[in-house]
Design a protein around this ligand. Structure first.
Ligand code: S3P
Length: 432
C-alpha cells in the first residue's frame, strides 16, 4: 500500500492538456463497440484500471483488441461469446452495472465480480428491474451483491420509473431495452449523465425523451454503426485542479479538451458561485460539447449544495476541500447516494476533514463544513480514488500525508505527475 506526502505549494499558473480521459465515456466505448459489426476506433481511451477492466471483459466476450499505444481498435465478434471464466470489473460500479444490463440480453452464462469494495456495493438497483423483465440473475445477498451470476436470454420490454437518478441504472436498462422486441420506457426525476443516450444515438440507435419525460428505448433491429471517437478529458478528474486553483491565492489553470456536457460540469458552477472565476469555451461537438475551462483564484464564500446532485455527485469530495477554506458554513444535502460510492463518502469526507482541523457535522444525506484553516494531517483514502485525490489537493494548502493511494490508478494514472507539475516540492514522496 503506497503513501503519498504532499507539500504546500506556491502560486501556480498553467495549462494542462493531459488530464485523464473521461472514465464514463471510456467504459461505454469498450461496451458499445460490441453492439456493432464493424471495428470501432477509440483515441484517448482512459488507461485507468477501471476502464481497462471493461476493455478486458470486451475481449473475453470475443472482441479483438488492437492497441498501438495511441489508438485502440475494437473489432466485435459476430456473436458475443460465453466466456470460460469470470468477468472481473475490478473497482468499477459502472463496469459491473452496465455489463449486467448488456449481458442480461445475451444468450449464455456470465459471472461478474470485482474487488472487495465493489463486492460490498448495492447491485439490486439494477438486478431487481432486470429480473422483472426476465433476466435470470443471482448473487450474494439474494442478488444484491457481486459476484453476480447472469444467465442471459430474451428480455421483455418495460416501463420503469427509477427511484434514483443514476446513469448507471439508466444505462443498464437502456442496454437491456434495446435488446428486447418492443419499445421500452424509462424515467428519472433529474436527467443523470446522458453519455449512453448520446453515444448510442450517434451509433444509429433511437433513444428519445418524449414530452412527458419518459425515455423511449427502441429495440435495435440491426448492428449499430461503429464508434469513431476521441475521448475528451474527464471533468471530474480535471476538477481536482480547479479546486487546487480555488484554494491557492493568485493561481490560474486552463483545463483543455474537457467534456462540457451540462450533466457533468455542475461542480464548476458551484465553485463559480463560491467566488472562483471560471470560463467555459466550447471548441467542438463530437457526441457532446467539448472545450476548455479556465479557473482563476478569488476568495471563496460558503455555499449550500442541495439541487442537481446527480450532476456533481463525483466532485463532492473535492468540493468539500474548497468548502473547508471558504468563508462561512457550507452544506451538502440530498446526497445520500454518496454513502454507496467507492467508499461511504459522507463518512470519509467528514472523518478526514475533522483530522485536518475542520469543524463538520454529518447528516444521513450530507454534511456541513465550517470554513477555516486546513491543518496538516495524516489521512486515509479508504481505498477510494476520489478521497485520495481530494486530500492530496488539500495538501497543496497545508502538508498532507495520504495513506493507501494505489486506488488513484483506477481513474487518473498521471495524477501525481500533474501534481508535481503545478508546484515544486509537491507530492514528491511516495513510500510503501
Ligand atoms: C457513472 C455514473 C455515476 C457516477 C459514476 C459513473 C456512469 O454513478 O457516480 O462515477 O458512468 O454512468 P450513478 O449513476 O450510479 O450515480
Amino acid at each position: 500500500m503506497k503513501t503519498l506526502t504532499v507539500s504546500k505549494c506556491k502560486v501556480f499558473s498553467t495549462i494542462i492538456d493531459n488530464i485523464a480521459s473521461d472514465k464514463s465515456i471510456s467504459h461505454r466505448c469498450a461496451m458499445f463497440s460490441l453492439l456493432s459489426n464493424k471495428p470501432s476506433t477509440i483515441k484517448n481511451f482512459l488507461r485507468g484500471e477501471d476502464t481497462m477492466d471493461s476493455l478486458n471483459i470486451a475481449q473475453k466476450l470475443g472482441a479483438i483488441i488492437d492497441d498501438d499505444g495511441e489508438v485502440i481498435k475494437i473489432t466485435p465478434p459476430s456473436n458475443l461469446r460465453e466466456p470460460d471464466n469470470i468477468l472481473d470489473c475490478g473497482n468499477a460500479g459502472t463496469g459491473m452495472r452496465l455489463y449486467a444490463g448488456l449481458l442480461s440480453g445475451i444468450d449464455g452464462s456470465f459471472v461478474l465480480t470485482g474487488d472487495k469494495y465493489l463486492r460490498s456495493r448495492p447491485m439490486n438497483r439494477v438486478t431487481k428491474p432486470l429480473r422483472e423483465i426476465g433476466a435470470k440473475i443471482d448473487g450474494v445477498d439474494e442478488g444484491n451483491k457481486a459476484p453476480l451470476h447472469i444467465r442471459g436470454g430474451k428480455l421483455k420490454s418495460f416501463k420503469y420509473h427509477s427511484p434514483i437518478d443514476s446513469a448507471q441504472v439508466k444505462s443498464a436498462l437502456i442496454l437491456a431495452g434495446i435488446q428486447s422486441n418492443e419499445i421500452s420506457f424509462y424515467k428519472e426525476n433529474l436527467l443523470s449523465r446522458d453519455h449512453t443516450e448520446r453515444m448510442l444515438n450517434g451509433m444509429g440507435a433511437k433513444i428519445v425523451t418524449n414530452k412527458d419525460g419518459w425515455i423511449e428505448i427502441n429495440p435495435i433491429t440491426k448492428p449499430l454503426k461503429p464508434l469513431n471517437i476521441t475521448v475528451p478529458t474527464d471533468p471530474s478528474s480535471a476538477f481536482f485542479f480547479a479546486v487546487a486553483v480555488a484554494i491557492i491565492p493568485d493561481s490560474k489553470v486552463t483545463l483543455k479538451n474537457v467534456t462540457l456536457n451540462p450533466t457533468r460540469i455542475e461542480a464548476y458552477k458551484v465553485l463559480q458561485q463560491m467566488g472562483a472565476e471560471i470560463e467555459f469555451k466550447e471548441v467542438e461537438n463530437i457526441y457532446e460539447p467539448i472545450g476548455n475551462i479556465t479557473v482563476k483564484y478569488a476568495p471563496l464564500k460558503a455555499v449550500v449544495v442541495e439541487k442537481n446532485i446527480a450532476w456533481l455527485i463525483d466532485e463532492l469530495p473535492a468540493l468539500s476541500i474548497a468548502m473547508a477554506t471558504a468563508r462561512g458554513v457550507s452544506k451538502v444535502k440530498n446526497a445520500k447516494e454518496l454513502r454507496v460510492k467507492e467508499s461511504d463518502r459522507i463518512k470519509t469526507v467528514v472523518d478526514n476533514l475533522t483530522l485536518c482541523g475542520i469543524e463538520t457535522c454529518e447528516f444521513e444525506d450530507g454534511y456541513e463544513v465550517v470554513g477555516g484553516e486546513l491543518k496538516s494531517a495524516i489521512v486515509d483514502s479508504f481505498g477510494d480514488h476520489r478521497i485520495a485525490m481530494s486530500f492530496a489537493i488539500a495538501g497543496l494548502k497545508s502538508d498532507m500525508i495520504v495513506k493507501d493511494i494505489d486506488c488513484i490508478d483506477t481513474s487518473f494514472p498521471n495524477f501525481i505527475e500533474l501534481l508535481n507539475k503545478i508546484g515544486a516540492g509537491c507530492a514528491d514522496k511516495i513510500s510503501g
